[in-house]
Design a protein. Structure first.
Length: 60
């Protein structure tokens, strides 16, 4: 009885694709996150530099 239930549970593959896709998405997020944090710092610096240059030009 228990052996049959375990066999049926093991044979049932519903939801397997969902779990696989979720794991791939999680891995991609963890792989990309460090690069995005570095990119945001660089972008912030560049935007601040542009803002300073625009502010130093003045208006006629």
């Amino acid at each position: 009885m228990i052996k049959e239930n375990l066999y049926e549970l093991h044979k049932d593959e519903r939801g397997q694709t969902f779990i696989e896709i979720a794991l791939v998405i999680i891995l991609v997020v963890f792989a990309v996150a460090p690069f995005l944090s570095g990119l945001s710092g660089t972008t912030s610096e560049k935007l601040q530099d542009m803002s300073d240059k625009i502010g130093s030009v003045g208006t006629p």
